[in-house]
Design a protein. Structure first.
Length: 144
C-alpha cells in the first residue's frame, strides 16, 4: 500500500505460482473471486501455474455521522493468466482474465462493516452468466 497524499493510496499486489509438473485440481492456481480478478466467479479459470496482478486506487474518508464512521471509495483493474503443463485436447494451454471495477468499503458502526462493488469482466464471458455484463457484489460483516 503506497500512500499518495491527502488520503489517497495505491494498492498493488502480485500473486503467482510455479509448478514443475502437472498438479491435482485442488493444488491448481485459480483466478476469479474476491482476491484475484474480482469481476469473475471464484476459480473461473485454473491452471498448474499462473499469476495475478491487482491495482487499486483508494481514498480514505472519515465522517462525523452516526451510522457511517468512515468509508473508502476505490477503482481497480485486475489481470492474470493461468497455464496448464500438459493440456488435453479440450483444454487451453493458457487462459487470461482481466476486469475493472468501482466500489466503496465502509465502517458503518463500531461493529458493522461492508462493501459494495460493481465489476466489469473484460476478457471473457463469466461462465455462470454467459456474458460480460457488469456484476454487483456486496458484503456485510459484524464484528463482536
Amino acid at each position: 500500500l503506497q500512500q499518495l497524499g491527502e488520503g489517497w493510496s495505491l494498492l498493488t499486489s502480485l500473486t503467482w505460482q510455479y509448478a514443475f509438473d502437472r498438479l491435482l485440481s485442488s493444488e491448481e492456481f485459480g483466478l476469479g473471486g474476491a482476491q484475484l480478478v474480482r469481476a469473475y466467479d471464484p476459480s473461473e479459470v485454473t491452471g498448474d501455474q499462473g499469476y495475478g496482478l491487482k491495482f487499486e486506487i483508494q481514498k480514505g474518508i472519515k465522517t462525523n455521522w452516526d451510522y457511517l464512521k468512515s468509508y473508502q471509495p476505490y477503482l481497480y483493474i485486475d489481470h492474470g493468466s493461468v497455464y496448464l503443463k500438459n493440456p488435453t485436447a479440450t483444454s487451453q494451454e493458457e487462459q487470461e482474465l482481466t476486469a475493472l471495477g468501482i466500489g466503496a468499503r465502509g465502517n458503518i458502526t463500531d461493529w458493522l462493516s461492508g462493501y459494495l462493488e460493481i465489476g466489469l469482466p473484460l476478457s471473457k464471458d463469466v461462465g455462470t452468466e454467459g456474458n460480460k455484463d457488469p456484476r454487483a457484489f456486496f458484503s456485510l460483516t459484524a464484528h463482536y
